[in-house]
Design a protein around this ligand. Structure first.
Ligand code: HEC
Ligand code: HEC
Length: 255
């Protein structure tokens, strides 16, 4: 019995000894399983921008005598994350076909989408401390890289406004001025360059088989979209007559 208790006591002592040796080797039990200091630093770095958001404080900051950052600076700091590679479905930098229909919306719409966000596009493109001017610079940088331009005001509205007076659709001649205007505002983006496989203005070979389909089919494809051709050619404010004038203009130029 004494021997047995002695062995038991020795085993307990050995067990404790192993426990403390193990602790020593791994650098101290619980602490060893705690956050890795490098990981911790990275996490702090990742959440850092959140700390920089000042609720209602941005106006004061904008007023500070700081020169507005250039479009390429803001782009490199904030927008590149998604727009360089097209992450999350972002239109890729320099991709004319992707940017053309967006530019066609006009600068006001682009700015409102940039400031407020649009689907996966986050408000201010994640640049919380960017002023509106800086974001505008960045948008202009993106447009320039894609080789497209956006009108300063509401792009589509002025083109659509003068639609009423003349019975445009009935007189193709009178309509051609307006057709050209709409073409330049909305259709040129693709049809001027052949972007996204659009038949190019003036390309007889490309247009002949399309013209053969007849005006009804062409109008239906223009209104409802057709493969990569977007509905209404992105001119959401255009009336049917406006679009008809644009199609007639394109046909006349491409015969
Ligand atoms: C987290 C990813 C992400 C970041 C960062 C980001 N964008 Fe975007 N952006 C998107 C996505 C996604 C879209 C497409 C949204 C859609 O059409 O559904 C988009 C679309 C846009 C558009 C087109 C909007 C329209 O009306 O078609 C503009 C302009 C734009 N981004 C500007 C910027 C600017 C400027 C920055 C930097 C300040 C930026 N983005 C940063 C993801 C991002
Ligand atoms: C985003 C680019 C884009 C814009 C903007 C655009 N188009 Fe197109 N369009 C296309 C493409 C691509 C096709 C060829 C589609 C196909 O045949 O698969 C096309 C084809 C057409 C056709 C021929 C359809 C057919 O049945 O063959 C007409 C007509 C047309 N577009 C009119 C317009 C008008 C009018 C506008 C402006 C209001 C416009 N497009 C703006 C891309 C565009």
């Amino acid at each position: 019995m004494t021997t047995f208790v002695g062995i038991l006591a020795a085993l307990v002592v050995i067990a404790f000894a192993f426990y403390f040796i193990a602790r020593g080797v791994t650098g101290g039990g619980e602490e060893a399983n705690g956050p890795d200091p490098r990981m911790e630093a990275k996490i702090l770095e990742n959440i850092a921008p959140v700390e920089n958001i000042r609720v209602g404080g941005s106006a004061a900051q904008d007023a500070a005598p700081r020169a507005a950052r250039s479009g390429s600076d803001v782009y490199a700091a904030a927008c590149i994350a998604c727009h360089a590679a097209g992450a999350a479905g972002a239109p890729k930098t320099g991709d004319q076909a992707a940017w053309a229909p967006r530019a066609a919306q006009g600068m006001d719409t682009l700015m409102s989408h940039t400031l407020n966000g649009l689907n996966a596009m986050p408000p201010k493109g994640t640049c919380a401390d960017c002023s509106e001017e800086e974001l505008r610079n960045a948008v202009q940088h993106l447009l320039k890289e894609a080789g497209v331009e956006a009108k300063g005001g509401q792009a589509a509205a002025p083109a659509a406004a003068p639609a009423a007076p003349e019975a445009a659709a009935a007189q193709p001649a009178a309509a051609s001025g307006k057709g050209k205007e709409i073409y330049q505002a909305s259709c040129f983006a693709c049809h001027g360059t052949g972007a996204a496989g659009a038949p190019k203005l003036g390309d007889q070979a490309a247009w002949a088989p399309r013209i053969d389909k007849g005006m009804d089919t062409l109008m239906q494809h223009t209104l409802n979209g057709f493969n990569a051709m977007p509905p209404k050619g992105t001119c959401m404010a255009c009336s049917d007559d406006d679009l008809k004038a644009a199609v007639e203009y394109m046909i006349a130029e491409s015969k």
